[in-house]
Structure formats: structure tokens, C-alpha cells
Design a protein around this ligand. Structure first.
Ligand SMILES: O=P(O)(O)O[C@@H]1C[C@H](O)[C@@H](CO)O1
Ligand SMILES: Nc1nc2[nH]cnc2c(=O)[nH]1
Length: 322
């Protein structure tokens, strides 16, 4: 069926129809063998394919959130590999997610950036949403920087603020949906990984210091993120519940990627761009929409590019990366 335009259907502030034809999505929760994803060997094939396509050996991986693909535009000597060409990779189906890996040098540090991530609501099981993180590990990435667009639930947050993620609440995990569900392959990590130090303390301190140096401390916050399955934005009652349990920003990604990254011992930094104010009152008329999310990403792109590229250099310095 041809894609339809949200504007003509319900008159709401929709975004333009997806440019791509709908993909064949593997909606199976397992790969058919009762495992929680592709085997180590299969992902090694994917890693070997990527290593054969470039001589760059990244030590930091960056995941660009919705509308934040321009983070990869600062990368020098880029080698771009579309997801369609990568064996075993899913493809991006969301507006604002380009769908390619970009290898290159960010501020002199070898990196790989995902211009486009995979979400549960696209039809991918959580393990598949996180598959690129394991592939990053296999090509030598040691530090993950995950970015996302999120709704601001903390009443002090403003649209355009940048929230350093201090911790997360794995709401989908509460319901038993976890990217590590299923047999565990110890070559990736332990059966029961701890998660209390998921967001690297040193990285967070550096990010707060850097915000001062760049004179953006008034827009940089620190808080708790949660991921819901999406694709609908939240109800007023849901948001009020999340607020009560201490959530500062709500999104549809990152948590499972961080779990997979920590499972295989990668160090993690994450930030949320607050793209909309969560509506927690029935008296308010505003409605969240993806167009606004992308607009705020564009509005903040220069600051975010500068911030992330400097963070990369600072993280590399303390880690002694090449
Ligand atoms: O990929 P992220 O988490 O940045 O994208 C958020 C969640 C949805 O995909 C989208 C909603 O506008 O933005
Ligand atoms: N779940 C969720 N994801 C978002 N991504 C950007 N804004 C939002 C939001 O308000 N809620």
C-alpha cells in the first residue's frame, strides 16, 4: 500500500510521509534458534565486512538521535556505508534517521557514527535494535556515546536543553522485554551484568565541565531517562506516573543500547536533547509530534556538533585512545 500523509488523514500536525518503501522487518523475538539474536560468529562476519571496507579503527562509537544526524557531519575523511550494504544489519525506516555508518576522524579521534538507529516500534526486537552496538564492540569500539531526542518531563527543563543521562529506568525491562533475554554468550559478557554504574561518572563530570567552558551550562542538565516502546507519545496519566517515579526525560531508545554496551564492557555516555515539553495537564492543548522533534534537532545542531566533538577528544584523552 502506498504511504499516506498524516496531514490528510486527521488534520493533525504530522510530518511528511516516509520517503522509503516499507521494509520487510523481522518481527520475531528470537532468531528461530531460541537465542537472543545473531550468534557471535555471525556478528563477527558483519564486523569483518566493515573492517574490510575501511582502514579506520574506531575507538569511540556515536549513535545519532532523531534529527541529530548532523553530529556525523563533522567527521573528517568520512567513509559512509549504507545499512543496506552491511550483512545482517537492519535498515532505518524513520524520518530523520539517515541509515548509514560513518567511519572517520572526529577532532582527530577515530570514530564510527550511526546516522540512524533502530527502534522497537519499527518492528525490530530489542536485540536487533542493539545489534550495531555489539558490532561496534567487535570492531574495537570501547566507548559509546548515545544521543537521543526526548520529551522533557522535569518541569525545569526547556525545549532545546541538553540532558546528560545520569541513569535510566528500563520500563520495557519491567515487562520482561530486555535485549539480553535468552541464552547468554559469555564472549559478549556475563549472564547477570550490573547496571548501577551504567553511565560513566568521569564522562559525566567532563561533560559538565565542558558545558561551563563552552558557556552552555544554562542549557545543560543532568537527569534520568526512560524509554517506552512507542511509537505513540505518552498520555497525561502515563507522564504523571513517570514523573512520580523520578523520570526527567522520556524517549523511545537508548536504554537497551546502553544495556548491551555495558554487558560487553563498553564505557557509556548518553545525552538527550529535550525536543518537546511533556504535557502533564489535561488543560493544555499542545500535542507532541515528530516534526517538532526534528526541528529542535536542527535548531541545536551547531551546539551539539561542537559539544560532542569536544567530548570525543576529552574522552579519548583520559582513555589514552589513539
Ligand atoms: O532515536 P531517538 O530516540 O532520538 O528518537 C526519538 C524517539 C522517536 O524515535 C522519535 C519521536 O519523535 O524521537
Ligand atoms: N516517548 C517519547 N519519545 C520522545 N522523543 C521525543 N520526544 C518524545 C516524547 O515526548 N516521548
Amino acid at each position: 500500500m502506498a504511504p499516506t500523509n498524516a496531514n490528510t488523514l486527521n488534520g493533525s500536525k504530522g510530518f511528511s510521509p516516509a520517503k522509503k518503501t516499507l521494509p520487510e522487518v523481522d518481527t520475531e523475538a528470537t532468531n528461530g534458534n531460541g537465542t537472543n539474536g545473531y550468534s557471535y560468529e555471525t556478528l563477527q562476519e558483519t564486523a569483518n565486512f566493515l573492517l574490510s571496507r575501511t582502514s579506520i579503527r574506531p575507538c569511540i562509537g556515536v549513535i545519532c538521535g532523531s534529527g541529530m544526524g548532523s553530529l556525523a557531519e563533522n567527521i573528517d575523511d568520512p567513509v559512509c556505508i549504507p545499512y543496506e550494504e552491511i550483512p545482517n544489519f537492519p535498515i532505518s525506516t524513520v524520518e530523520g534517521h539517515h541509515g548509514r555508518l560513518v567511519f572517520g576522524w572526529l577532532n582527530g579521534i577515530p570514530v564510527v557514527a550511526m546516522q540512524g538507529r533502530f527502534h522497537y516500534y519499527e518492528g525490530y526486537p530489542l536485540w536487533k535494535c542493539c545489534l550495531p552496538v555489539r558490532v561496534m564492540k567487535l570492531i574495537g569500539v570501547k566507548t559509546l556515546i548515545a544521543t537521543n531526542a526526548a520529551g522533557g518531563l522535569n518541569p525545569n527543563y526547556k525545549i532545546g536543553d541538553i540532558m546528560i543521562v545520569k541513569d535510566h529506568i528500563n520500563m520495557m525491562g519491567f515487562a520482561g522485554n530486555n535485549p539480553l533475554h535468552g541464552p547468554n554468550d559469555e564472549r559478549f559478557g556475563p549472564r547477570f551484568p550490573p547496571m548501577n554504574k551504567a553511565y560513566n561518572h568521569k564522562y559525566r563530570s567532563i561533560a559538565k565541565e565542558l558545558a561551563k567552558e563552552l558557556n552552555i551550562e544554562n542549557m545543560v542538565r543532568e537527569g534520568v531517562y526512560t524509554c517506552l516502546g512507542g511509537p505513540n507519545f505518552e498520555t497525561v496519566a502515563e507522564l504523571n506516573m513517570l514523573k512520580m517515579v523520578g523520570v526527567d526525560a522520556v524517549g523511545m531508545s537508548t536504554v537497551h543500547e546502553v544495556i548491551i554496551a555495558r554487558h560487553c564492557d563498553m564505557k557509556v555516555f548518553a545525552l538527550s536533547l529535550i525536543t518537546n515539553e511533556c504535557v502533564t495537564s489535561y488543560d493544555k492543548d499542545d500535542e507532541a509530534n515528530h516534526e517538532e522533534v526534528l526541528d529542535v534537532g536542527r535548531m541545536r545542531q551547531d551546539i551539539l556538533r561542537k559539544y560532542v566533538s569536544k567530548l570525543v577528544a576529552k574522552f579519548a584523552e583520559i582513555e589514552n585512545y589513539p
